[in-house]
Structure formats: C-alpha cells, structure tokens
Write a protein that binds this ligand. Structure first.
Ligand code: CO
Length: 253
C-alpha cells in the first residue's frame, strides 16, 4: 500500500478507534467549535500543531505558512486572525517558530530559490532590524537559532500592528500574544516570554489606530458623492461642512 491509499486506510482506523473510545465524539464535533487557542506556525512537516501542543480536534485554530510569518498583506493570515479573534474569541494567540527552520536559513543566505524569495524578504527585514546583534554572533548555527527567535518576536509585534489585535486589546477580554520556539531536536516548546504590555506600548506612537466613530465625527463625504443632491440609492445625505480654513499664523518671529 502506498500514497493516498495509506492515508485513507489510516483514516478508517482512526475513525474506528475514536468511535470505540467515545461513540458521541463525531456528533459533538459536528455541533461546532470553540477553540481557545490560535496557532500560527511553520508549514514544516516536523512541527505538527496538535501533536506538539497536546491539543485535540476543536481545541486550536491553526494557520501555517513558511517560517510562521505575520505579513500584513496576507489576506489568508488576516482572515484567520480576524475570524479567530472576533468570531471564535480565542484567548491565546501563539506564533510558533522552530529551530532548524529551512525558511529562516534560506533567508539568511544569498541564494535565490524562486518565487519564495519574495516571501523570505520579510525575514531579511528581521535581519536588518537586528543586524548589530547578528554581527556579534560568530557561530553560524547559533546565529540562525537567534534569527528563529527574533523572527518569532517580530511576528508577534506584527500581530500587534494589526487593527484586529489593537481593537481586541481594548475589549473586555483582551487576548494574550505569545512567542514560542519548538526544538525539533528534542521536542521541547520554549516560551520566549514576549511581554504584551511592552509590545503594545512600543507600537503606540506609529502603529496604533482607532476605529472611526461616525457619531463623533461625520467626516468628509467621499469625493464621488454629489454635493447637496440626493444620493443615487435614495438616501438623503447631508454632506459634512468642511471647516473654513483660516490662514495659518506664521511661526516666524
Ligand atoms: Co520552518
């Protein structure tokens, strides 16, 4: 038996085992999910999300990509994050990197690998941010291990830059962000102790945003909207008055 036949046979055995252990298992699963955790990990086949965390079906929402990245133009990651935080209400969000990550090693080299080079550029940005520290580490395997850790920390920071996390942090039950590293050589998951208050505070002066409150500030109508005339879909719309501009006093004396 080979290929997909192995997978299907494994599945049949798994179903039989589950049903034998707990006849209501699949009925319960079909009722819905309320996972407490969101796992953002690497696609590497040696880092199985449920296996290394001891979680079963229904317990953890999972997103995986090469080198566990949080990239702000990645609609897939953003959709997973928004759904997990705003709909499922996950309480713990973990970015899980791993030592021996091929994506991180490729980003640290000067070789081209094709399309993926563009994805890896996001890790090169981490190298640029921490170049002074890297130059001090002479031992290459050690430097790569440190890059894995710093990449995880930067991806946690990238989570904090999203309006999804910023809004969630202001809610009654703010989620907790974690940076973890898995060691494929011994199976141990290490907590990098990323301080959430620090991360959010660091973001404040450049990345913090607030949701627009139309009650407080009606804003300026979009330029395409006809001024004064009725809206094409029948809504009477009073365009907000532009503030009269006063001449700016010169600061020169
Ligand atoms: Co990896």
């Amino acid at each position: 038996m080979s290929g997909i036949q192995t997978i299907l046979e494994n599945n049949r055995q798994w179903v039989a085992t589950k049903n034998a252990e707990d006849p209501a298992y699949f009925r319960r699963m079909a009722d819905g999910q309320q996972p407490k955790y969101l796992f953002i990990g690497c696609s590497d086949s040696r880092v199985p999300a449920s296996g290394i965390t001891g979680t079963g079906p229904g317990e953890m929402f999972v997103h995986r990509n090469i080198a566990n990245m949080v990239v702000h133009s990645d609609m897939n990651m953003l959709s997973v994050l928004q759904y997990a935080v705003e709909v499922l209400g996950v309480q713990d969000i973990m970015v899980v990197g791993h030592y021996g990550c091929g994506g991180v090693a490729a980003a640290a080299s000067n070789k081209q690998y094709g399309l993926i080079d563009n994805w890896l550029t996001n890790i090169r940005d981490v190298v640029r941010l921490h170049e002074t520290e890297f130059l001090r580490i002479k031992n290459e395997p050690e430097r790569l291990r440190r890059l894995v850790e710093l990449n995880v920390i930067e991806q946690v920071r990238n989570l904090a830059k999203t309006n999804i996390i910023q809004n969630a942090m202001r809610s009654e039950k703010p989620p907790r962000l974690h940076g973890l590293v898995y060691d494929i050589a011994d199976g141990v998951l290490k907590d990098l102790q990323v301080d959430n208050d620090d991360v959010m505070r660091d973001m404040e002066h450049i990345y913090a945003t607030e949701a627009h409150d139309p009650e407080e500030d009606p804003g300026t109508p979009p330029p395409s909207e006809p001024a004064a005339a009725g809206h094409p879909n029948g809504h009477a719309h009073e365009p907000a008055k532009k503030p009269t501009k006063e001449p700016v006093p010169s600061s020169d004396k």
